[in-house]
Design a protein around this ligand. Structure first.
Ligand code: SAM
Length: 288
């Protein structure tokens, strides 16, 4: 059985086309990943299927009520942390992980602009869970008691405010499921992209050039080119056409360092850098 995501949302139709394309579609078809979409309105009990109400204390907008979300989660076998009921407290729990993601227990996530940021490292941890439950907020957000009672973490996909948690849930699923073994054609590709394991031991060849060609070691990926060799007067860098693999590797590493220094200098602080990298970086800095 594949890893299972459960989404609790007031807009179940939102996800129809999102999972019908590319790698996600293939992963679903091959049973490597399963997604359950749960309509929050199915857990209401009034004629109008009300999911929201006015905020206590006044203020703008509406708030998603606790009761339908609690019932939706209980229907998935997830008991509140307080009650000690439901799936959460059954069976053994496999090892605590940095982010609070545990393999056998469902990880319940509240999508929120106030959450901890989603990173590649966290996606890697989530990819080890058997079941991840994503609660999508709307309006001004979700009654805080849902967070307190059921959620293992609040998760943000970036420092901006979306209208709802659905897009964020889709981002979490996409980033996570491509790290599940078997989902990407080439097992290594997830490791060697931008943000590839920052704590990776860096292996260099005799000349001190890292063996990996891609973004391992916590750097951003290098630029990619395909045919034609010239486009709108811009030529593909000569080094990529000459077939000298050492030169290509060296050039790509330099580009990774350049791009990371330009766009995300913060990543360099934690990146695994070889002595050769340090020298290249110094040379790049001097060119600026
Ligand atoms: N009042 C909230 C605030 O200022 O943080 C914003 C609520 S937002 C309009 C509605 C819902 O969108 C949130 O409950 C959350 O589920 C989702 N959302 C908004 N921004 C998000 C982000 N950056 N990451 C994850 N979810 C987000």
């Amino acid at each position: 059985m594949g890893m299972r995501f459960e989404i609790v949302t007031i807009f179940p139709g939102f996800f129809t086309s999102i999972f019908e394309n590319g790698i996600v579609r293939r992963a679903l078809a091959e049973g490597l990943v399963e997604v359950g979409i749960h309509d929050l309105r199915a857990f209401t009990h009034d004629r109008h299927r009300t999911v929201d109400d006015r905020p206590f204390g006044g203020g703008e907008g509406m708030v998603l009520k606790a009761q339908p979300i609690a019932e939706a989660l209980e229907s998935l076998g997830i008991g509140s942390k307080n009650q000690g009921s439901g799936i959460r407290d059954q069976g053994s729990v496999v090892g605590g992980r940095g982010a609070g993601v545990e393999v056998r227990r469902p990880c319940v996530i509240l999508l929120s602009a106030q959450g901890r940021p989603l990173t590649q490292g966290l996606a890697r941890e989530l990819a080890q869970a058997e079941r991840v439950v994503l609660v999508c907020g709307r309006y001004e957000g979700v009654d805080e008691r849902i967070n307190e009672l059921y959620c293992d973490m609040e998760l943000s996909i970036g420092d901006y405010v979306l209208s709802g948690g659905e897009l964020a849930a889709a981002v979490v699923i996409d980033a996570t499921m491509r790290l599940i073994p078997g989902v990407l054609g080439n097992e290594a590709s997830g490791e060697f992209e931008s943000f590839g394991a920052a704590d990776a031991e860096i292996e260099t060849d005799v000349e001190g050039v890292p063996r990996s060609q891609h973004g391992a070691g916590g750097l951003l990926d290098y630029p990619h080119y395909t045919r034609p060799a010239e486009f709108c007067g811009l030529k593909v860098p000569e080094v990529l056409l000459n077939g000298d693999h050492l030169q290509i590797r060296r050039w790509r590493r330099e580009q990774q360092l350049k791009k990371t220094l330009k766009n995300r200098p913060d990543l360099l602080e934690k990146a695994a850098l070889s002595r050769e990298d340090e020298k290249l970086l110094e040379a790049i800095r001097q060119q600026l």
